[in-house]
Structures are given as C-alpha cells and as structure tokens.
Write a protein that binds this ligand. Structure first.
Ligand code: 5FU
Length: 250
C-alpha cells in the first residue's frame, strides 16, 4: 500500500508495445487520460462527436458495427483525418471472443475490415493464448474484468486472463474494474459522474475511484459525454477531472 502508482513517464519505460508508447505520449502531451466511447449509430453523429471531443482525448473508442450507414470511405477516411488532426488513436471495442482462425477473418474481412484502420482493439481471452496471435499489426487490450452487474469475470478468471495478457506480445493492456500489474496499461469503462447505473446492468464509478482505488491509466466515458447537452464541454470536464484524479493518485 506504501507503493505509489507509476506515472505515465514511468510507464513509458516499462511498456514497450508501440501502441502503448503512442498512447502514453499522447496522454502526456495533451494532459489527458480520457477515451470517449462513441456509441452513436450514424456516420454523421460519429464524425460530429469526433470533431468536438478530438482535442481532449487520447483515443476514440468505437463499436463500428452499430453504425447504420457504415462505409469504408465515407466513415473511415474522415475519421482517420480527424484522428490525425487532433492526435488521437482509434480503438475498436470489438471484444473478439472466438478461435484464432475466425478472429483473423473477423479482423480483416467483412464490412468493417478493422485491421485497415484500428490502432487498437479489445479482445476477450476466453479462447486462450494462441487465439490472440492474429492481432500482429495492432495493439490488443484484453478484457480482464467487466463493469456490468453479475459479470462472470471473478477473481479466478481475472487471474488466469491476466496471465495470458502479460505473456502475449500483442497485448499491452487490459480492461478491468480491478488493479492489474504495472506492465499492462489499465482501461476503465463504467465512468460517469452523474449516474450510478443505466438500469440495464451497467455500473458506474467516478474518475477519482478509478485512479485512487484501481490506479487506472485511462478512463472510458460514453453516455456521460455523447448524451450530454454539450459534448465538447463535457469532454473537457471529464478530461480535467481525469487528469486531476491521476495527479492526485501519484
Ligand atoms: F469491457 C467493457 C466493460 O466492462 N464495460 C463497458 O461499459 C466495455 N464497456 C464499454 O464501454 C461499453 O461497450 C460501452 O461502449 C462503453 C461504456 O459506455 P457508457 O455509456 O459510458 O456506459
């Protein structure tokens, strides 16, 4: 308990995956640990949101399969331009959960061709170590623990999943509601300062909880930002809250 959490500068020294390095560099440069979850259903809403929150985030997290009018040119090209303009990464929250061969197909084929544009993806580790081999050209954030009520990711599951995450070269981070080893970057969704839950199983905590209790590295905020009256303003306030909570946890 005496031991202090590591700063982003210290994490830069021990997290050697190129995507981890990029995220940490952006965090330091923009003084932000905020990832906005863009759970909107049209290209127009996605691009409008990215334009508004872009200056304040380290990454934009997508569920590209909910975009009704997805088009690899009309959706992805302008999104990539915004990512370059505002210096943020694209994180596809696909939560792959199949055998390696199927995940390889899901990653590069079909409508979304995720491997063409995503800088990082989420993946379950339920199918075992080798199922993650296919994500060679991207960074993987492993789902270690989930935020929803009644999740099956108990202590034993998390420990076994963490072993896979630590040992697999394609994995540089984990999604969890618990502490994870310093060698991995921690991503924490289920963050909202105004709500305790959504009536559909989601459970919320504050940025302060995530940094003080979990020593998280990045907070992920969806509805707290994109459903708010002014997404730009709320992104800025979550960014400031996240950065203050990070500094307070050092
Ligand atoms: F792995 C997880 C998890 O444990 N909880 C989550 O909420 C992922 N998520 C995602 O974060 C979820 O799929 C949403 O995209 C986002 C949370 O959105 P919210 O609107 O802030 O609840």
């Amino acid at each position: 308990e005496e031991e202090k959490r590591l700063s982003y500068e210290q994490k830069l020294e021990i997290c050697d995956h190129s995507v981890a390095q990029k995220l940490l560099e952006i965090a330091i440069e923009k003084k932000s640990n905020l990832i906005v979850s863009a759970d909107v259903t049209s290209t127009q809403e996605l691009l409008t949101l990215a334009e508004k929150v872009g200056p304040h985030i380290v990454a934009l997290k997508t569920h590209m399969d909910i975009i009704l009018d997805f088009d690899s040119d009309a959706t992805i090209l302008p999104l990539k331009d915004l990512a370059t303009k505002y210096n943020f990464l694209l994180m596809e929250d696909r939560k792959f959960a199949d055998i390696g061969n199927t995940q390889e197909l899901q990653f590069s084929y079909g409508l979304y061709k995720i491997s063409n544009w995503a800088d990082l993806v989420t993946a379950q580790v339920i199918a075992g170590y080798e199922s993650l081999d296919c994500f060679r050209n991207v960074g993987v954030v492993a789902i270690l623990g989930m935020s929803s009520k009644g999740t099956l990711t108990n202590t034993n599951y998390r420990e076994e999943a963490t072993k896979i995450a630590l040992s697999h070269p394609n994995v540089f981070g984990g999604v969890s509601q618990n502490k994870i080893p310093n060698e991995l970057l921690l991503f924490t969704p289920g963050i909202n300062v105004a709500e305790a839950g959504d009536g559909k199983g989601q459970q919320y905590n504050t940025p302060e909880h995530a940094f003080n209790e979990l020593e998280t590295d990045f907070i992920i905020v969806g509805r707290g930002i994109y459903k708010s009256f002014d997404a730009e303003k709320s992104a800025l306030s979550y960014k400031i809250a996240g950065w203050n909570a990070y500094e307070g946890s050092l």
